[in-house]
Write a protein that binds this ligand. Sequence first.
Ligand code: ATP
Ligand code: MG
Length: 320
Amino acid sequence: MIRVRRLEKHYTPGVPVLRDIDFSIEAGEVFGIVGHSGAGKSTLLRCLNGLETYQGGSIEVMGRQVKDIDGAELKALRRDMGMIFQHFSLMSRKNVFENVAFPLQIWRWPVDRVRARVMELLELVGLTEKKDARVQDLSGGQKQRVGIARALALNPKVLLCDEATSALDPDTTLTILDLLRDINRRLGITMVVVTHQMEVVRRLCGRVLMLNQGRNVALGDVEELFLAPPRGLENFLEQEFTVIPGGTNIRLAFPRDISRQAVITTMARELGVSFSIVGGRLDRYRDDVLGFLIINVAEAELEAVLGYLEKNKLYWKVLS
Ligand SMILES: Nc1ncnc2c1ncn2[C@@H]1O[C@H](COP(=O)(O)OP(=O)(O)OP(=O)(O)O)[C@@H](O)[C@H]1O
Ligand SMILES: [Mg+2]
């Protein structure tokens, strides 16, 4: 669906913004792009639909080389790639219906088809009742629903999301993430999701690209990255755990098919050691729940415990 090879981009010569970026996205995937502010996320997203030029490498989207196309073909590419934004980018003086109808009118859809399509979209995002409301009277979550309906109006194959939930409170964020996941499932639409919120990655994305100063620092399956963060990315991927002084604190991570209870009790029994459970947490991912557990092990027993964890191929990390 999307294939990016050795992409290089700068705004000012000698100041690279994207360096040697490689990745592919399959049809139907929800693909995340994360990184700190200034990492190049929005730039990369805008390169995908030709809103930005680039200086090296290639971007192929749905069989077309983005660099080579212009005019009507570029317009068609953008029609096939809807986009939503952090601050919604709606026309504040117009009502909900008019905002969603706008792209259809640009493409000169006949009035009756516009009406039917807008009503269908408003139902999809749960805003049928608000069709005549002015967008300035809506809540943030409702505004983003209008943004989503407008982005989907022309039946795009890809939805590009740039910090779509960053201006929303945590509860509203979850409802919008659920809506996007639902749309991905029901319509099979491919999504590219730029965010600096790890919660968004966990809940919505299947794979993720992590950027740091324009470079790819990690690329892979979301659950695998959170279970076993690559060196140097721990701080980015892990939430802080409070640990107790003395002994050694070890973080265990459990994927879906391992029962926490059994691992802990079996280890205690086999090794004949005891340890305290200091903390634990369950995190929801898009289709799964992953468990994290902190145990505290006395120095005398550390070697045996680490040997056991290693032998049984569990996900673990010494915290202190
Ligand atoms: N139009 C532009 N002209 C010149 N430099 C730009 C332009 N847009 C972005 N940049 C620079 O490119 C770099 C990457 O910016 P970009 O907006 O892609 O980052 P980002 O990862 O989306 O950050 P944020 O999380 O803050 O949105 C930054 O150093 C930024 O200052
Ligand atoms: Mg940005």
